[in-house]
Design a protein around this ligand. Structure first.
Ligand code: IMP
Length: 422
């Protein structure tokens, strides 16, 4: 299909990087549409591990990669990533494109993110402290600095001076933090500008042309549906739109040009940061899932909270994204369990039960999971076919969601996947 969106169907960390890597090998252009270095995609190729935060993971497969207007770019992180890729033998020039309309994460955004979380104390969101929220806030209040500002030293200086002037007052007076030396930030940003200038592009035109030429374009979301600023579990969300429609917004194309939406879900659930999590596992089984699944954050190293698969939340993800098929990753992690519960409904505070994700936060915060338990398979998933109980598990998910499961992840390596017939 010419235009496919890969979207996280849970709270992020679904293993999108691996699915993108897989589908990127058949794509002409891979496009990252939101977020910034809060994301961390891990791809394992021939025993080599790549942890990518800014550039679409298609770059590892040598596919042209674009960062859209809906992203926020930390120039230092992007440069480091470009340098690392080049040092490992990957070409980046003529292959990496960054929208001039994307916003820059400046050093004060990172400082403010950390300071705000510290001030919130117990009420903190549990952000990745990479400056994401403050950068998007500046974009919305229209004092952000954009990637295209890097192309004009005079404008860049003016914008940095203006933004720093305001942010320094805020940092000092509200949070008691040392202000930034404006001249130092200007010098540093001008140096970044020199390195990044060749990569700045009109990514809307790039995608439009690619689609007109019948090229295969893959849009890669970061984070996940439940972290969406509008539709996720606010306020425990990120500051952008990971849902599939975000791809059209970020790349400036009409929504009707998207042909397929592949939802990526783990065979269980993880969440980092704070916030309600109905299917979170009680007791030692949670630690076992974390250990077996290696559930520690790529960006922050934090322990991920683990839960059994939540079909109510997944049904919601199918709805808000228009998911046309599902990739179920890390099914092998469940091979170690005799029985596998799945959350099929929520019991609401008034005693009623629902299969639909609650629209009101209080219902979600206070709902209890209703589980159905399926037998485990206790066998390695070596293919070509799944063990019967594993196939039943996948079929149960597919039927509950009325969406075909077309890919199953069976291990960390790049080729540890099974394609299933829809
Ligand atoms: P922020 O995006 O750093 O502002 O963090 C906001 C929320 O999104 C926090 O709960 C983070 O843990 C979560 N979050 C951000 N990026 C990711 C990710 O890539 N995977 C999982 N959670 C994430």
């Amino acid at each position: 299909m010419p235009a496919t969106v890969i979207v996280g169907a849970q709270w992020g960390d679904e293993g999108k990087g691996k699915i993108v890597d897989l589908l990127a090998q058949e794509s002409d252009l891979v496009c990252r549409y939101q977020g910034g270095p809060n994301a961390g995609h891990t791809i394992v190729v021939e025993g080599e591990t790549y942890k990518i935060r800014a550039i679409p993971s298609g770059i590892v497969a040598g596919v042209a990669s674009a960062i859209g207007a809906g992203c926020v770019v930390d120039p230092a992180v992007l440069i480091q990533e470009l340098d690392d890729l080049e040092a490992r033998g990957h070409r980046t020039d003529g292959l990496v494109f960054v929208s001039g309309n994307a916003h820059l994460i400046m050093p004060w955004h990172v400082a403010l993110d950390g300071a705000r979380e510290r001030r919130l104390g117990k009420l903190q969101i549990g952000t990745t402290r990479r400056g994401i929220g403050p950068a998007y806030a500046d974009k919305a209040t229209r004092i952000g600095i954009r990637v295209q500002d890097l192309l004009d030293p005079k404008i860049l200086r003016e914008k940095v001076e203006l933004a720093a002037g305001e942010k320094n007052v805020w940092l000092e007076r509200v949070y008691g933090i040392d202000p930034f030396d404006v001249e130092e930030v200007v010098t540093q940003t001008l140096a970044h500008a020199e390195r990044l200038a060749p990569y700045v592009a009109d990514t809307s035109l790039l995608v439009d042309r690619a689609l007109r030429d019948d090229r295969r374009v893959l849009f890669e979301g970061a984070q996940g549906t439940l972290l969406d600023l509008d539709h996720g579990t606010y306020p425990f969300v990120t500051s952008s739109s990971p849902i599939a429609a975000g791809a059209a917004v970020s790349f400036g194309i009409g929504p009707q040009r998207i042909d397929e939406v592949v939802g990526v879900s783990k065979a269980y659930v993880t969440r980092v940061g704070e916030g309600p999590f109905p299917s979170e596992i009680d007791g030692p089984a949670q630690d076992r899932v974390r250990e077996i699944g290696g559930e520690f954050g790529t960006v922050t190293g934090r322990e991920r909270r683990c839960g059994w698969l939540d079909l109510v939340a997944l049904r919601f993800a199918v709805r808000v994204n228009g998911i046309t098929s599902l990739a179920l990753t890390k099914l092998d992690v469940l091979s170690e369990f005799d029985e596998i519960p799945l959350c099929v409904r929520y019991r609401l505070p008034d005693g009623s039960e629902t299969e639909d994700f609650p629209a009101h936060q209080s219902d979600f915060h206070h709902c209890a999971p209703v589980f159905e338990t399926l037998p485990g398979w206790r066998e390695k998933l070596e293919g070509p076919a799944l063990p019967a109980a594993a196939a039943d598990y996948v079929a149960f998910v597919s039927e509950a969601l009325t969406v075909p499961v077309t890919i199953v992840g069976t291990g960390a390596a790049r080729d540890a996947v099974l394609a299933l017939q829809p």
